[in-house]
Write a protein that binds this ligand. Sequence first.
Ligand code: SF4
Length: 715
Amino acid sequence: MTTQAVANPINAERTVYRACNLCEAICGLEIKLQGSTITSIRGDQADPFSRGHICPKAIALKDIHEDPDRLRTPLIRDGETWRAVGWDEAFDLVAVALADIIKRHGNNAIGLYAGNPNVHNFGHLLNLPYIAKLIGSRNIFSASSVDQMPQQLVSYWMFGHQFLIPIPDIDHTDYFLILGANPIASNGSMMTVPDVAKRLKAVQMRGGKVVVIDPRRTETAAVASQHHFIRPGSDAALLAALINTLREESLFRLPDTGRLNGLDAALDALKALSPERVAAFTGIDAVAIRQIARDFAAANAAVAYGRMGTATQAFGATNQWLIYLLNLVTGNLDRVGGVLPTSPLLPITGPGTRAGGHGRWHSRVRQLPETNGELPVAVLAEEMLTPGDDQIRALVTTAGNPVLSTPNGRQLDAAISQLSFMASVDIYINETTRHANVILPPTSALNHDHYDSVFNALAVRNVTRVNEAIWQRPENERYDWEIFAAIGTRLAVLLCRDYKTPPTVRQVVTLAAARHSAGSYDAIAAETHGIDLGPLLPSLYQRLQTADGRIDCAPAALIGDVPRLESAISSAISNANTPAGDAFLLIGRRHVRSNNSWMHNSHRLVKGKPRHQLLMHPDDMSLRGLSDGQSVIVTSRVGAVQLLIASSADMMRGVVSVPHGFGHQLPGVRQALASQLAGVSANDLTDEMAVDAVSANAVLNGVPVRVESAASKAS
Ligand code: SF4
């Protein structure tokens, strides 16, 4: 086996290889070291999957590892000051406080929020369900309900498992229809695709097309074969019109309909949504819609794919349903060059995995349904603020910053500040963890082994790799799974409950490797550049986990959502002649140097041109007398922010954009560089009451706002 990890770094130079854990693309890195210092980070040319590609964020691994603001020891807050304590004192305090609240108010008095980096750390991922089970609360939340939960929900309904997710076969497709996604900036999402720019270019080089549908001419749209602006929140109407065009023009290429339930019912429910009916609503004319449908059908193999822009909006689940249906009726579901599931070394579907669920319990205040074991994070603040039985009185956060990343962040900030107790497993004192009574910082990711259980399973090829820790953890630091185990063990004693110790990453991968031709854990680890296990192959129909082994094309909740879509279209058309005035629809945007809220303390990632401004089309600006660089007030139902405006011809008329994850100037945040960054939190504008009616996912795109000059507002 390889032994990259060293206990006591010596001054010798060495080179190690490792998958980047910062985003979903899992690029291979070549990291050069001198003792305990990283001297360079480059793309690993020998990684068969990422082929030497990296983005600028990879270099930030050094910054994060060496960041003086990264916490190394537990902190206890005394008022506005923090006191470093030993691990046992911190563990005891957390366990006693949680046990006390559970004994007095019940399990549901504890809220648990897991942020996005959780899914990039298998050790963390293995441990979290165990501590959640021990606590036994229904108030479990994660970043999934401000992200991809509609995709998991629709996969559960249609295919019988939340993670039976067909992945775009980008390397073999001839037509790539991208809605509300910007893989050139994000490097792919729910589609692990390192080196995406070259892969998109290759689609075009082999005569195919990349077509982007987005209210902004994004970095991906800029290199696409076609781009169509679309009104935020109207993708479902476009998708329905594409399906109707194909049906009307007999362009379906249906699979064996013996494996389908409810296809006619689904198609009949959608039939009123013709291209002509939806054109004004979507902003895409009927001729263009029909042409997209014909091109999609004419391609030998085609992919329809949607992401944040389609998931975090008013029709998140319906969008995903229609994306799956569009792929299905054109014969591109479970087809090479279409979309098809991975066959990962470590399966996350099939026997022994959690298929999912929906509506098994509801939130206390607003009665919104759980999905796959968690409640929508849009209800987190009200569950803290509304008195009564099962009110959340204590919060545990791990690897998350919901004050910046969930809707109506100011309300959540206020709600958290009045809790009886809060503990955070986090490496920073950020906008959320500044309220914690105790912060328990896990080690740097470079100090632990890395196996990517999630993103190997969402990749555009079947790949696997184990990378061992670069350095063993310092004596006085703790892995996150050690933190969970220590708290879990103590809490179990205090509550007289069982706490089963989770398996280790090595144990789980060893078991998976033994069942797979890849051999053993050590054999995989020896291949430090990663192992290519081959292209995606059709297997969805054989792996369906629905009760009758067929695809459910017409889940009742989605059929039931069509009238809401029709009424949104009618309402938009009847309001079409109303002067827009200062009203806009707000969308987010992604930048390649940023990833949610937590990479703004790296000099390398924040330098350069400012990226926080409100983008608006120049014609919209001149109509309102606004000029580039001016300060404006943006107001939504929940609040107002002041920021600079930047003219951008890449914006659709009537739409403005603010990136999320900014707004680090709150008192008590201990991230020196981030705190100096200009920019406001987009989630001070997003509305916790606006959720997708089906999935209860947060609506972060298509938020109604007003934009006014700050000077004229003040006068
Ligand atoms: S694209 Fe993602 S995985 Fe690849 S180097 Fe950048 S942050 Fe890391």
